[in-house]
Design a protein around this ligand. Structure first.
Ligand code: CTP
Length: 131
């Protein structure tokens, strides 16, 4: 039974996140989600997350298809996270296509298509426009 690992910020949860996580879970029996720390999100996306780490961890761990969550502190520790969680498959959205192929020596790497026309950034922009 495959153990799946995936990563993301999951700020202002939306349908693209849900579809990605559901499809990831369907590839195995145990889904582990690395949730970006607030600091990593600031480095990666150049903004403060709307929901702090503690809330994002609680939201993601409440989803019925998520079995385990942990904090991703660095983008450079993927190999360590994969091995320490005994993951068989790394799942990433295809916005990262090819970028994690070097991890194929640790586990299978699968890129899943993103859900079109939605992102946390877009949701924030729409809310700002309406405010
Ligand atoms: N994702 C997806 N479809 C979308 C948006 C995100 O499949 N429309 C996936 C990403 O590929 C990633 C996971 O959801 O595997 C978490 O993505 P995250 O970066 O947290 O969400 P985004 O909406 O892309 O955030 P942002 O706009 O801040 O970049």
């Amino acid at each position: 039974m495959n153990r799946i690992i995936t990563f993301g910020t999951y700020d202002v949860l939306h349908i693209g996140h849900i579809k990605l996580l559901k499809r990831a879970k369907s590839l195995g029996s145990h889904l582990i989600v690395g949730v970006s720390s607030d600091e990593l999100n600031r480095d990666k996306k150049g903004r403060e997350p709307i929901y702090p780490l503690k809330s994002r961890l609680e939201i993601i761990s409440s989803l019925k298809f998520v079995d385990e969550v942990f904090v991703e502190d660095s983008l450079d520790l993927k190999a360590e996270y994969i091995t320490s969680h005994n993951a068989d498959i790394l799942v990433m959205g295809d916005d990262w296509e090819g970028r994690f192929d070097h991890l194929k020596k640790y586990c299978d790497v699968v890129y899943l298509p993103r859900t079109p026309s939605i992102s946390t950034t877009e949701v924030i922009e729409i809310i700002k426009e309406k405010a």
